[in-house]
Design a protein around this ligand. Structure first.
Ligand code: HSE
Length: 443
């Protein structure tokens, strides 16, 4: 067997993931080297402050505050500092110095991925990022390699653990959104800026990465339609439960035809949605993640597991280290990102899906017919209507005009038509309020 010199690995960042990566490399580097056929050597760990307390026992001599110099002597650079800068500049330095790079930085990839992949391709280097989406769950490599010969039609992802935890607690225990969020915060599930999770930014970044791989198309982050969970109420969650659904924050990436031009395109969107309780994603509880996808030949597949956590995320990073080291031993250029399809990302108004609309209405003769006509005039077909007496009106006529709650499920309809229907309902004299509009997916 040919003997290779040690492959030199530089680690940038020793936070919750970086510290675990350092520990695993120090403990298991020899065994991982056997898998590669070359020695793996952690040559240094760049940190902001040498004296910060850290969870892993990293030998002092490996720590440095000089990331640039560390990078210049490395074959593989692992970026686990997060944020856009200096992460972007450091990765560019690493690529330009001839290193392969590994990152878990979804924000960086969703924002500057195009630039980084282009530089990597020009230099024949490779950028690995298995940990950037759904942490421990292998999903990047399956999309990039195992399913490269198939055609992905649709992805439904639960890719944000903290919002899944919040919605799951609301569903299981009937607690309010505020209470569930307070618990998630106490458990440290939310990002330092909780709006990144709650308003769907984190999930949108991951959706852009997944859709790019699935559809061989560069997906600008701005083209991802994003709605978070801050408007989801306990009333919606319990009504969903009663109707056999569960509310999840979904990242949806799907192929569709532009309804106006007939041309192929994709939709990439993040929003709360109702899914049937018996859908495989209905069983994703707590802070777990899952990616359910439909491929033309393979059919439905689901990838499930931990979407966060230092040790769990480190597993994905270490997998990338082994891949990068093997590539280094074999030599040759890296495999470029495939964006040949270059499909347009269509706006949400062109999406077709099913909806559930909840209305408070006056309980009088002819009201149902007027509401039904608003749907039909906008070309939206009603599938089911359920009526119940509103709690406010339950006391009897002396409490004011009788009102009822109507829950209307639609057949598949265009988002633009549904929005126009909702606007007309809001303006209608027989409608007191439109209390909820939720998309229904996975049926
Ligand atoms: N804030 C993320 C989540 C962590 O809740 O899933 C992993 O990206």
């Amino acid at each position: 067997m040919i003997e290779y010199r040690n492959i030199r690995i530089a680690l940038l960042g020793a936070g919750s993931v970086g510290a675990e990566v350092a520990s695993l490399l120090l403990e298991q580097g020899e065994e991982l080297g056997e898998r590669v056929g070359a020695g793996l050597e952690l040559v240094g760990v760049a940190v902001r402050d040498l004296d910060s307390p850290r969870t892993a026992d990293i030998p002092r001599e490996l720590l440095t505050t000089d990331a640039e110099s560390l990078i210049l002597g490395a074959d593989i650079v692992i970026e686990l500092i997060g944020g856009l800068e200096p992460a972007r500049s450091l990765l560019l330095t690493a690529l330009n110095s001839g290193a392969d790079v590994i990152t878990a930085n979804k924000a960086l990839l969703a924002t500057h991925g195009h630039e980084l992949f282009e530089v990597a391709e020009q230099l024949g280097a490779q950028l690995y990022y298995e940990a950037a989406v759904a942490a421990a769950i292998p999903i990047i490599r399956p999309l990039r390699e195992s399913l490269a010969g198939d055609r992905i039609e649709r992805i439904y992802g639960i890719v944000n653990g903290s919002t899944n935890y919040i919605l799951d607690r609301m569903d299981a225990e009937g607690i309010s959104a505020e209470e569930a969020q307070r618990v998630a915060l106490e458990l440290g599930y939310l990002e330092a800026d909780p709006t990144l999770d709650v308003e769907g930014h984190d999930a949108a970044q991951k959706a852009a990465i997944l859709a790019g791989l699935a559809f061989h198309t560069a997906i600008p982050l701005e083209s991802v339609h994003r709605e978070g969970i801050s408007g989801v109420t306990q009333e919606q969650v319990s009504a969903a439960r009663a109707a056999g659904f569960v509310v999840k924050l979904l990242a949806v990436c799907e192929r569709l035809q532009d309804p106006d031009t007939g041309e192929d395109g994709v939709s990439v969107r993040v929003h709360p949605a109702l899914i049937p309780r018996d859908h495989p994603l209905g069983a994703v509880h707590g802070g777990n993640n899952a990616v359910f996808l439909e491929a033309a030949a393979a059919g439905p597949l689901m990838f499930y597991g931990a979407g966060a956590g230092g040790l769990q995320t480190a597993s994905a990073v270490l997998g990338d280290v082994v891949s990068a080291a093997r590539r280094h031993v074999i030599g040759g250029p890296g495999v470029a990102e495939s964006t040949h399809a270059n499909l347009p990302v269509l706006p949400i108004s062109k999406v077709t899906t099913r909806y559930q609309v909840t209305l408070e209405v006056r309980d009088e003769p002819g009201v149902l017919a007027r509401i039904a006509s608003e749907f039909s005039e906008h070309g939206v077909s009603v599938e089911a209507v359920q009526q119940s007496v509103s709690a406010a009106a339950a006391g009897g006529p002396e409490d004011g005009p009788a009102t009822a709650t109507l829950v209307i499920g639609t057949h598949a309809a265009r988002e633009a038509a549904l929005s126009a229907t909702v606007a007309a309902l809001e303006a209608s004299a027989v409608v007191e309020s439109v209390s909820s509009v939720l998309r229904v997916e996975g049926t």
